[in-house]
Design a protein around this ligand. Structure first.
Ligand code: GLU
Ligand code: ZN
Length: 498
């Protein structure tokens, strides 16, 4: 069977974790079977529509590296892929149901519907929604009122006294009593716009969709859709409702838990590979004991029987771990390229957004091995290596002084350290280490005491990326200047203290 599936977002918000998980699973299913993955914009709710959300959708998926086979931007055999451009189609289908007695006109005013809702709410009535008032109008009356220009919606005539069932690919057989379903939902609004139910079913059928993988929150809509498929005489697609995504506290993932929009994760310094990898594991397991998968590897392994029924917990710490793994797997050049936008906006090369000159770019790439093992987010990188691009602020005097030691000793240690710098700037780590050890032995001081003040003078902090690597990048001259500067300022402090 040729698989055709789709991601059908309503562009009423930023792309978030739940949405991209749905998109990703559909993409992976299609890829795993050489099928087609389709993007369809379900923009029937014109009040909440905003073109910036469509742009956000495109930007997000371009960044993630997920490409559809058919969609609004690239076209395809079933274009247009935007529901607002297909309204005439839905009207035809709504009329078709109306003419065959599978739907009916409802003339109730918003005021009346609102009043029923309030009344039922305050009575805590078991029944909710519409009271099916117009379902029982005579065909003649319905016809006449429409002819006289009265506004109406078209509602689905849910068959009563029956039940509706389907076989979910993950959850198994699900059955509802029709009496328990949303009573006769609107299919076509009075302005001729379709609702989600009608447009979704018509398009899935017309576009030849074979599989619908969607979030579990859509499960209550599915029996309504099944009824529509039956009324039209169409074969329904395979449905698979994906496990919910929860926050660490077991409640539905939301902004309260932290970032949820892809934009925000991107700003915080996550790599697309890490996000894809982690999201692909939300509610699915592939191979025992293996976590790391690239997109193509996921596509080769994905199948519906790898999905779990149990809700998935979104673990921010685990996502960070993935990001760290992907950062470390990058070459220096690759990592520099990924981290560059963060460095520029942090003003690492001058003012915010200043581009690096050739030297700065070289330094930036050379700095990558120093921080690769020390960061989990790209956004942490600029602050960690700022001392390679500008003079660090001189730290407190105390920071130069080893434990149980004093200022005068710190100055002597710095002078000893300074003698090493020329060699350290040319030696590799192992040779540098050997040299420093020899020096410490000769002067009968601890290696740590020799290197600590040196580190503070050169990097501006006791906790910094590796010292020897930093000296190599800065070069002997700059490193010595910093040491001298530190010595001078410590001296002035000695005099002040005396
Ligand atoms: N437009 C719906 C959404 O926003 C589509 C749900 C479905 O996949 O049927 O997610
Ligand atoms: Zn009515």
């Amino acid at each position: 069977m040729n698989i055709r599936d789709r991601y059908a977002p309503s562009p009423t918000g930023l792309q978030h974790i739940g949405g991209i998980r749905t998109a990703l699973f559909n993409y992976l299913l299609a890829q795993s079977k050489q099928g087609d993955f389709i993007l369809r914009l379900e923009d029937t709710d014109r009040n909440r529509f905003d073109p910036s959300f469509v742009q956000n959708l495109y930007d997000t998926f371009r960044w993630l590296g997920i490409q559809w086979d058919e969609g609004p931007d690239i076209g395809g055999p079933f274009a247009p892929y935007v529901q607002s451009e297909r309204f005439a189609l839905y009207q035809d289908y709504a009329l078709n149901l109306l003419n065959r007695g599978r739907a009916y006109r409802c003339f109730c005013s918003t005021k009346r519907l609102e009043a029923i809702r309030k009344e039922r709410e305050s009575a805590h009535a078991a029944a909710i929604g519409y009271d099916r008032h117009c379902r029982y109008l005579s065909p003649q009356e319905s016809e006449d009122r429409a002819d006289s220009g009265e506004a109406f919606t078209i509602r689905l005539k849910i068959p009563l006294g029956e039940s509706t069932c389907f076989e979910d690919q993950l959850l198994g057989r699900i059955e509802w009593r029709n009496e328990d379903l949303n009573p006769d939902p609107v299919l076509l609004k009075s302005d001729g716009f379709p609702t989600y139910h009608l447009a979704n079913v018509v398009d899935d059928h017309v576009m030849g969709i074979s599989h619908v993988l969607r979030a579990q929150e859509w499960l209550p809509s599915t029996p309504l859709h099944i009824i529509l498929y039956h009324f039209f005489g169409w074969k329904e697609p395979e449905f698979c409702h994906l496990p919910m995504v929860m926050g660490p506290d077991g409640k539905k993932l939301s902004k309260r838990h932290g970032a949820t929009s892809v934009d925000e994760f991107r700003r915080q310094g996550y790599l697309p590979e890490a996000l894809i990898n982690y999201v692909a594991l939300l509610g699915a397991s592939y191979e025992e004991g293996r976590d790391i998968y690239l997109l193509a590897e996921l596509a080769a392994r994905f199948s519906i029987d790898k999905l779990n029924k149990a809700p998935a917990i979104f673990d921010y710490k685990k996502l960070e771990w993935f990001n760290g793994q992907y950062i470390r797997a990058k070459t220096n050049e690759e990592l520099a390229l990924c981290a560059m936008p963060y460095a520029q906006s942090a003003g690492l090369f001058g003012n915010p957004d200043t581009q690096p000159d050739a030297d700065q770019e070289k330094t930036f790439i050379a700095a990558m091995p120093l921080i690769k093992e020390r960061v989990t987010l790209l956004s942490e990188i600029p602050a960690k290596i700022a001392y390679l691009f500008r003079e660090p602020d001189l730290p407190d005097v105390e920071d130069f002084i080893p434990r149980k030691s004093d200022l005068a000793t710190a100055i002597t240690l710095l002078m000893s350290g300074k003698e090493l710098v020329e060699d350290l700037s040319r030696f590799n780590d192992a040779d540098g280490e050997r040299l420093a050890k020899e020096k410490a032995e000769k002067e009968q001081i601890k290696l740590g005491d020799l290197l600590m003040p040196l580190r503070v003078a050169i990097t501006g902090s006791r906790v910094s990326p590796p010292l020897f690597g930093s000296i190599r990048i800065l070069g002997a001259q700059k490193s010595m200047d910093r040491i001298e500067h530190a010595i001078a300022s410590l001296h002035s402090r000695v005099h002040k203290d005396l």
